[in-house]
Design a protein around this ligand. Structure first.
Ligand code: DQA
Length: 156
């Protein structure tokens, strides 16, 4: 029997504080790719995966919380680099748990090779998984993993 054509998925990509400075922010750690380039890369990858990307960056915790709430009825998956809020924000963790959105956490740098305060993530326990240390490629891998997970859910 022929399989059903895949429907388009809507994915929210959330970038946390200081990620607007990518490209000139500590390039030895975060690389030279800008946030605009990462968003373009994700849009292109999304085309092939039938995933429409909405990318939002904010330096403000409450704005990120609001964006997570607004996924209700709008997006099926969340790809998040919460930046420093990864290590501090119970509010972001609670927002993801509240709306129960399938979430993949990504980091450009390998947070486990860095300062001890970066080793703990409040997001990880409410995420499907985490990809850390591959630069901009972490986002592409994260999007692939998230879409694969959502397609599996559709099959069930
Ligand atoms: C980061 C790692 C965080 O520890 C840091 O605060 C960031 C970026 C990363 O992508 O490697 O802002 O999330």
């Amino acid at each position: 029997m022929p399989s059903e054509p895949l429907c388009w998925l809507n994915i929210l990509v959330l970038h946390g504080p200081n990620l607007n400075l990518l490209g000139r922010r500590e390039p030895g750690i975060y690389g030279s790719v800008t946030l605009t380039e990462i968003n373009r890369l994700l849009e292109a990858e999304g085309q092939g995966l039938k995933a429409k990307i909405l990318a939002v960056q904010s330096n403000h915790e409450g704005v990120l919380v609001d964006a997570i709430h607004e996924t209700l009825g709008q997006q099926q998956g969340l790809l998040i680099n919460a930046g420093a809020y990864t290590h501090t924000s119970v509010a972001l963790r609670d927002a993801i748990a509240a709306v129960k959105i399938p979430t993949v956490e990504v980091h450009l740098s390998n947070i486990y090779q860095r300062e001890v305060f970066r080793h703990h993530s409040y997001i990880a326990p409410v995420a499907i998984g985490q990809i850390s240390g591959f630069g901009a490629e972490s986002y592409r891998l994260g999007l692939q993993a998230l879409v694969n997970h959502l397609r599996e859910l559709q099959r069930d």
